[in-house]
Each structure stands twice: as C-alpha cells, then as structure tokens.
Write a protein that binds this ligand. Structure first.
Ligand code: 3VV
Length: 219
C-alpha cells in the first residue's frame, strides 16, 4: 500500500501580525552592501566640502539611481525574521529606523540575547550628531527605546512603548563603541516594566525605564 502524504503548510508565526516576512538570511548580500554604502554616503554628504561641479554630478547620479531602485517597493510593515545567537527568532519591521536591516539610516544596532534581555554594540557617526561630537539626545532615547522594546518582545511578546523616561548622565560620544542593554524587570498582565542603559568606555551615559504594553497577537 502506498501512503500519499501531503506537505503540511507551516502556519504563519502570529508574531508577524499577518504582515509579509523576510528571513534575515534571504536578504541578498548586494542589498546589504548597498544599504551600507548609502549609510556611508549619508555621512559623507552631511560633511562634504566638494566643489559645485562635483556636487551637481553627484546629485544627478543619485537621482538616476533613486529612479532605478524605485521598483517593487515592499509593503509598509514588512517584517524581518531574525535568528538570534541562541537560536530563537525575533521579528521587527525591516525598515525600523534604529535596527532595520534595510534602513540606510539605522546605525545599525545588532542586539543579542543575554539572560533577562538583550545586549548590543553600536558606534555612531555624524549622522546622529546633536551637540558637537556628541549623540543627539533623541537618538540616545531611540536606541534605548529599541533595546527595551525588543527585550520586552523576546522575553514576553511584542508591544508598544506607553512611557519612556531617559536620564542623560554623561554626554554620549560619537565614533566610540557603545554598549546598549535592555532588560525586562517585571510583568503585570499586558504591562511590561523594562529598563536599559548605554555605556561608553564602561561608564553609563544614559539610562532608561519604560513601560511596554503588549499588543494582542492575532489568533
Ligand atoms: C497595530 C499594533 C501592531 C503592533 C506590532 C508590534 C510589533 C513589534 C515588533 C517588535 C518590537 C520591536 C521593538 C520596537 C521598539 C520601538 C517601540 C515603539 O516605537 S512603539 C511606538 C510608540 N508608542 C506608541 O505609539 C504607543 C501609543 N499608545 C497606544 O497605542 C496606547 O496608549 C497603548 C497601546 C500603549 C495602550 O493602550 P490600550 O488601550 O491597549 O491599553 P490601556 O488600557 O490604555 O493601558 C493598559 C494598561 O497600561 C496602563 N498604561 C497605559 N499607558 C500608560 C502610561 N503612559 N503610564 C502608565 N500606565 C499606562 C493603563 O493604565 C492600563 O493599566 P491597567 O491594566 O488598568 O492596570
């Protein structure tokens, strides 16, 4: 007797909220390289002293490239599924401005799991400058928001930030490796109390406490 088996369709992970999902491993190396080159371009453009002729040429080249790349745009909300160092997966929007794989504006921040939360390293260039040589306070808050939000998502389930309090202890320097940490302190139903910090040379430059509210994951 021959038994015909049907391949079982894998149910979509509810953590992707029914949105299109791209696996991080399937992002072409060429796209990753382009994102990185454009990231460098943003920093260079913000600081260039090139002559007018070169600037005009560059603007035309970039305009042309923009036109060529503006095809098959991804749906807003497209998620990336990332496999962490411990083998677990997490979801985030692929263009997330702080840590999205395809965002040329993202620093980028790679967070890895540690007991109770996440830890990552990032070095900021002049794209993120506020005061001279220092990170903009809004970006410091954005890094902390992402770290605590992602920690809450991986330790419990995804949610939105209801409240974020940042204490700026010391200036956060550019061009210096920063350690970014987010952790879950306690959970009460949908409320997740989280905290995190940024360190430069081992010293805390900013710390945050936040309240994440877990959203209903569709059945
Ligand atoms: C369409 C949803 C899709 C979600 C998909 C998520 C995928 C995530 C994937 C991967 C994570 C990656 C990480 C991201 C990191 C970055 C995070 C951000 O940038 S988030 C954007 C900025 N934040 C907002 O835009 C929130 C705007 N606010 C709201 O939408 C609502 O206020 C919300 C959802 C936060 C709460 O609204 P309610 O109606 O669901 O719930 P209520 O009943 O008001 O609150 C629940 C409990 O929380 C308390 N609460 C709410 N806000 C509070 C506050 N500000 N302070 C103190 N308590 C508060 C309330 O008192 C209540 O407590 P009691 O249950 O009664 O004990």
């Amino acid at each position: 007797m021959t038994v015909h088996t049907q391949p079982v369709a894998e149910a979509p992970d509810p953590r992707s909220f029914g949105l299109p999902v791209v696996e991080d491993g399937s992002i072409p190396a060429e796209l990753r390289s382009l994102v990185s080159r454009v990231h460098d371009l943003i920093d260079v453009v913000a600081n260039t002293g090139a002559d007018r002729e070169t600037l005009a040429e560059a603007a035309a080249v970039v305009e042309d490239l923009t036109g060529r790349l503006d095809v098959d745009r991804r749906q807003i909300g497209t998620m990336v599924e990332r496999t962490m160092s411990d083998g677990t997966t997490e979801y985030g929007t692929i263009t997330n401005i702080v840590s999205g794989d395809t965002s040329p504006v993202a620093p980028p921040l790679f967070l890895e799991r540690v007991p109770g939360g996440l830890r990552g390293e990032v070095t900021l260039n002049t794209i993120y400058q506020g005061p001279p040589g220092l990170a903009h306070g809004g970006w410091v808050a954005a890094l902390l928001d992402q770290a605590v939000g992602s920690a809450s998502a991986v330790e419990t389930s995804p949610g939105l930030t209801a409240k974020l309090e940042v204490n700026y202890r010391r200036p956060t320097p550019l061009f210096t490796p920063l350690e970014v940490i987010g952790r879950v302190d306690r959970t009460e139903g949908r409320k997740v109390f989280v905290s995190g910090e940024i360190r430069a040379h081992g010293e805390v430059t900013a710390e945050a406490t936040a309240l994440m509210i877990r959203v209903q994951i569709p059945e």
